[in-house]
Design a protein around this ligand. Structure first.
Ligand code: GRF
Length: 218
């Protein structure tokens, strides 16, 4: 299908805090011819700094406060309702600090994507930079992946590598990884929007020539 006929894809971004990855995704969607628009930024925390940033720029924002729900399933059901009202093509987790139920994940199969600040499958969970330093790895980085019910696992779309330098502490390492996250997530989003990649039988498939899915931020 020619570019002129290409349907603009709807993107919903979920955040919990600062939202710097969300900002990188918004910027990517605002590029001429990006083929996608951010239809909502939704947070589980009303005080998320990223939510205020998005609202100031005229984006649609919403909050589903997890503290007002009795359990994980009822929170996920409410979140799903709000997301689906936006008719998203893709739901991007960008620093969204909630464990999602298997039913929620299954509902968005192939459309739910996350960024994690490590080279998965190493260092799932929190404090990834501290874990990388403690393990003494030479290479660290970030991963964009399709979400599965298994926390911080799932088919890998792209990764960015960062060298661990002598004298690094968690803060300096996190800063260099974050810089790469801001390149990596828009890159992966571009592939999704263009239909270059899709999830098939639990694997990431490239339609057309394979892309180099490894960025080097060394
Ligand atoms: C990022 O490092 C992201 O990979 C992780 O949480 C952090 C969120 O940062 N999941 P921000 O809110 O995007 O600035």
């Amino acid at each position: 299908m020619g570019d002129t006929l290409r349907r603009v894809k709807n993107i919903v971004i979920l955040i919990s805090g600062r939202g710097s990855n969300m900002q990188a995704l918004v910027a990517a969607c605002q590029n001429a011819g990006a083929g996608a628009r951010v239809v909502a930024v939704i947070s589980n925390r009303p005080d998320a700094a990223g939510l205020a940033w998005a609202a100031e720029r005229g984006l649609v924002t919403d909050c589903v406060d997890h503290r007002t729900f009795a359990d994980r399933a009822s929170f996920d059901a409410a979140l799903r309702e709000r997301i689906d009202a936006c008719a998203p093509d893709f739901v991007l987790l960008a620093g969204f600090m909630r464990i999602l139920t298997a039913g929620f994940v299954a509902h968005y199969e192939g459309r739910l994507v996350n960024i994690h600040p490590s080279l998965l499958p190493a260092f799932a969970g929190l404090a990834t930079h501290e874990k990388a330093l403690a393990a003494g790895v030479c290479a660290h980085g970030a991963t964009v992946h399709f979400v599965t019910p298994d926390l911080d696992h799932g088919p890998i779309i792209a990764q960015a590598v960062v060298a661990v330098l002598p004298g690094d502490d968690a803060q300096s390492l996190a800063a260099r990884v974050l810089e790469q996250e801001h390149r990596l997530y828009p890159l992966a989003l571009g592939w999704l929007i263009d239909g270059r990649i899709e999830l098939k039988a639990g694997r990431v498939c490239f339609n057309g020539p394979a892309e180099p899915a490894l960025l080097c931020g060394c």
